[in-house]
Design a protein around this ligand. Sequence first.
Ligand code: NDP
Length: 444
Amino acid sequence: MSYVDEVIARVKEKNPGQPEFHQTIDEVLESLRPVIERDEEKYKKMALLERLTEPERQVKFRVPWVDDNGQVQVNCGYRVQFNSAIGPYKGGLRFHPSVNIGILKFLGFEQIFKNSLTGLPIGGGKGGSDFDPKGKSDMEVMRFCQSFMTELFRHVGADTDVPAGDIGVGGREIGYMYGQYKRLTNKYESVLTGKGLSYGGSLARTQATGYGLLYFTRALLKLNGIDIAGKTVIVSGSGNVATYAIEKAYQMGAKPVTCSDSNGWVYDPEGIDLEALKEIKEVNRARLTEYKKYRPDSEYHEGKGVWTVKADIALPCATQNELDLDDAKTLVANGVVAVCEGANMPSTLEATKYLQENKIVFGPAKAANAGGVATSALEMSQNAERLSWTFEEVDEKLCGIMENIVANIDAAAKEYGMDGDYVAGANIAGFKKVLDAMEAQGIV
Ligand code: NDP
């Protein structure tokens, strides 16, 4: 059995009941095979892959809080500090009832390579809680965030671990957590990113993942001789990533016609009304059923279905495994030319394989959505300098980083004889710097 196969088997055996973690291990290690096989004995002797797939540290803790009725509630909090070879752990916090250690390990593992791809000095981590902010009052969310940080503060710090937002964690939650960190430590430091502008946040961080996704998609399409202008785009999700992907798609002359939430999806043939979407989701924190009130000619459908709409480009921006093999077949049958992942691992392995086999330009999440964490790292730089850059400065850096990522993953794929396989290209390009740093730092 090859070293890669041995490690894949061992990780699955040692981490039962964590299908999402197994899925990312399969995807990443499979595509690292040609790199490992160039010097298999050496890497095996130094247990490189065993160390890479075992988080450096995992913290799990109780989060008690009191709801508006005086009832005590208890949630579970986590932080997975996966790899700090190239910088302090960096990665979001997710508040969603589905959160468990397996999902956070999948996200933390992906984050190692994504962060490396940005070219910035940040390691990989991820955390969160099974707390559901939906339907909670502001005061309930604040009490939860304060309790969460009352434990998390021991494990994070500007040079140790710098969390950010993710699903269910936006500006409100980051603000409450930052306030509590400051109170507990008496330090005004860059311990969280995605902060508000009045207390150390970076301009363009809110937009960064969605904008970055479009900068990436435009560059990847250009590499393949396709112009994004005039293309019809189907987007899933209606949160932070989806909203700003839609905004930038318009700015590039494309037409986004769908969005979704966990209850249903909207098809607006005239193009999604961005202002309506922002008002529904960002201001009213309401459901997409409201959209029809703004656009009576649009369609609202319960359940899944975004991928059935005929379009040129698909941008999954909701959550993991939301695009399966059947969806991939529908996209190919409908003539889609590109799929770029805004969410983390939104396509199943089978879907990814099918899309690649059918010559769809496929941009994997760890490269395509790296704009968020890249801008978070820019926020850390600004905090360290005690300066605030203009929106244009940050946006220009973001665009440059995303275009660089496209060039690097393309070059890595070519170097290993896998031209056009950007999944392999992203894994290899991200891995090489981490590998180099791990080798240099010895057995730690
Ligand atoms: P938000 O919480 O702002 O939005 C998430 C969106 O996805 C909502 O529309 C939500 O619908 C929908 N969604 C969440 N879970 C499910 C589910 N199980 N089934 C169907 N729809 C679901 O999160 P973000 O936009 O920040 O994150 C979206 C994705 O992008 C995630 O995979 C995240 O990890 C990834 N990402 C985010 C980054 C960021 O900077 N924010 C950076 C890089 C990646 P509903 O409101 O009904 O729950």
